[in-house]
Design a protein around this ligand. Structure first.
Ligand SMILES: NC(=O)c1ccc[n+]([C@@H]2O[C@H](COP(=O)([O-])OP(=O)(O)OC[C@H]3O[C@@H](n4cnc5c(N)ncnc54)[C@H](OP(=O)(O)O)[C@@H]3O)[C@@H](O)[C@H]2O)c1
Length: 249
């Protein structure tokens, strides 16, 4: 139970990678704030699953792009579970899948600025208390596409490259306060967000992957757990691809 006594906020934890992360961290002893924006029933199902294993969690609504709602989310987390020790920045914007020539400025702006808002506001709301307590762990969920772009993903690649830059900058600035900042970078992971992918495409990606499959949300959660653990206390500023070896740095 390496996370016993720790409080974790996972943004966008009602489904997919966020939900798997909330459950895994809770299984390892953390109390978890399960943030959602629309799907309260799914968030409550995550909380119920955690409670059924003896864990502690709370479903808390907030649009991660909205500074007032995020401030309320952090306050409610503090009141219900305690001050946040570990922040997992997982909520992101849907991907406008278009060749650049067809991508409107509005679509580009929604994706890139929306993603930045989902990172900036939770960071602004949580970091001061971590600085005060001289301790904290922040994990940003990026994407392998920040390092190897693919056709039609220009807005996503841009947004996730910005995530990587922000996380590295914070690793530098916050290290002297005992705060670690790292990036987990999933390859294709089977969630609601990727359910549109044709089966043949998923199989082709699996064949090109050294470990011969695509990821499940639990695979990504495992890397988050590793970085959240005290055992990785001297690791900061890293980018960990979780893609079965498809991207080797
Ligand atoms: N799946 C992949 O292949 C893949 C690959 C690389 C990176 N990623 C990254 O991994 C992260 C999670 O992706 P996923 O595939 O797990 O997505 P998903 O299954 O579509 O789940 C999205 C989650 O984020 C929440 N959410 C969406 N917008 C939000 C907002 N504005 N504020 C708060 N919560 C919000 C949703 O809440 P509701 O349930 O309330 O709607 C839901 O819990 C994203 O940052 C994504 O870019 C995914």
């Amino acid at each position: 139970m390496e996370l016993k006594g720790k409080v974790v906020l996972v943004t966008g934890a009602s489904r997919g990678i966020g939900a798997a992360t909330a459950k895994l961290l809770a299984r390892h002893g953390a109390s978890v704030a399960v943030n959602y924006v629309k799907n309260q029933a799914a968030a409550e199902a995550v909380v119920k699953a955690i409670a059924s294993e003896g864990g502690r969690a709370a479903a808390i609504h907030a649009d991660a792009r909205n500074p007032q709602e995020v401030a309320a989310l952090v306050e409610e987390t503090k009141n219900e579970l305690g001050p946040i020790d570990i922040l997992v920045l997982n909520a992101g914007m849907g991907v406008p899948l278009k060749p650049f020539m067809e991508l409107s400025y509005k679509e580009f702006q929604n994706k890139v600025m929306g993603e930045m808002d989902c990172f900036f506001h939770p960071l602004k709301a949580v970091v001061p208390s971590m600085v005060e307590r001289k301790s904290g762990c922040i994990i940003g969920i990026s994407s392998g596409l920040s390092r190897y772009p693919a056709p039609r993903f220009s807005a996503h690649t841009t947004a996730k490259s910005a995530v990587d830059g922000l996380m590295k900058s914070l690793a530098l600035e916050l290290g002297s306060y005992g705060i670690r900042v790292n990036v987990v970078s999933p390859g294709l992971t089977m969630t609601d967000a990727t359910a549109w992918q044709p089966k043949e495409q998923v199989e082709a990606i699996a064949r090109m992957t050294p470990l011969q499959r695509v990821a499940q949300p639990e695979d990504i959660a495992g890397a988050v757990l590793m970085l959240a653990s005290e055992e990785t206390r001297f690791i900061t500023g890293v980018y960990i691809p979780v893609c079965g070896g498809q991207l080797m740095l």
